[in-house]
Design a protein around this ligand. Structure first.
Ligand SMILES: Nc1nc2c(c(=O)[nH]1)N(C=O)[C@@H](CNc1ccc(C(=O)N[C@@H](CCC(=O)O)C(=O)O)cc1)CN2
Ligand SMILES: Nc1ncnc2c1ncn2[C@@H]1O[C@H](COP(=O)(O)OP(=O)(O)OP(=O)(O)O)[C@@H](O)[C@H]1O
Length: 210
């Protein structure tokens, strides 16, 4: 091993390794503890990626979304404003908005409540919501027929690991009609299982950069 390779290995942050599950997969407390540690590892891994790599991967995700969605003008699409190094779909949003898609961004009204989606066009005025996430200041509330849900992790059964607020699950459970659910994330977010629970709703499709 050359000196530079050794240095690289030394710098590999151990906290990026998804921890092994400890305890009983029947106990929610054990699952919740593992999910918390897994989220931290997966978010660190994503943050360690070069910005240029994240951008290139986000473009590939956007291309796959085009294939799945088809004509964007037929839909109200619930997107997200990227936080914590999530895939950035802003350019895609500009493009499909220009093609007639209606877009909306999620707003946390209160902990434990479903999300509200507000109609939004790239460039519209935003204000700081919970956790300083930018949200549309005005835009009427709408209910998207397609949800693009950012993934912290996902598994082969299309179950999604998010930030742990349960917002998407709660929003879908309370929905007047079931939206088409697309989870988006980097291929590095793949997990053997998220230990799905009765409240976890699987995505209809998972889109990654692979
Ligand atoms: N870009 C984006 N916007 C989104 C979501 C998302 O996943 N991505 N959401 C999808 O739900 C909602 C926001 N959900 C969030 C839930 C928790 C945290 C968060 O950072 N929580 C703190 C403290 C959590 C705790 O330990 O109690 C943290 O993790 O440090 C952020 C967003 C709505 N907007
Ligand atoms: N339909 C629901 N009704 C009530 N509580 C719910 C519902 N869905 C999820 N929850 C609760 O919310 C919490 C969500 O935990 P979970 O680990 O599934 O979050 P997550 O999917 O990672 O988060 P998020 O969707 O905010 O990104 C759990 O305590 C769960 O019991």
């Amino acid at each position: 091993m050359t000196h530079s390779e050794a240095a690289h290995v030394d710098l590999e942050p151990a906290e990026c390794e998804v921890p092994e599950f400890q305890g009983s997969a029947e106990r929610w407390g054990d699952i919740a503890a593992w999910r918390k540690a897994a989220r931290q590892a997966l978010i660190s891994k994503r943050r360690n990626m070069q910005a240029s790599e994240r951008e290139a991967k986000s473009e590939r995700i956007a291309a796959e979304l085009d294939r799945i969605i088809g004509r964007p003008d037929r839909h109200v699409i619930g997107l997200y404003w990227p936080i914590k190094a999530e895939p950035n779909l802003y350019h895609w949003a500009e493009r499909i908005s220009g093609q007639g898609a209606r877009l909306a961004l999620p707003v946390v009204i209160k902990m434990g409540w479903p999300l509200e989606f507000r109609l939004w066009r790239p460039g519209d005025k935003l204000e700081q919501g919970h956790w300083n996430i930018p949200v549309p200041a005005n835009g009427p509330a709408v209910f998207p027929d397609i949800f693009i849900a950012p993934l912290v992790g996902f598994d082969p059964e299309n179950y999604r690991l998010g930030y742990g607020g349960g917002f998407y699950d709660r929003t879908i459970a309370a929905a007047p009609r079931r939206p088409f659910l697309i989870g988006v994330g980097f291929s590095e977010c793949s997990l053997p299982t998220i230990y799905p629970q009765p409240h976890d709703i699987p995505m209809d499709a998972i889109v990654t950069d692979r």
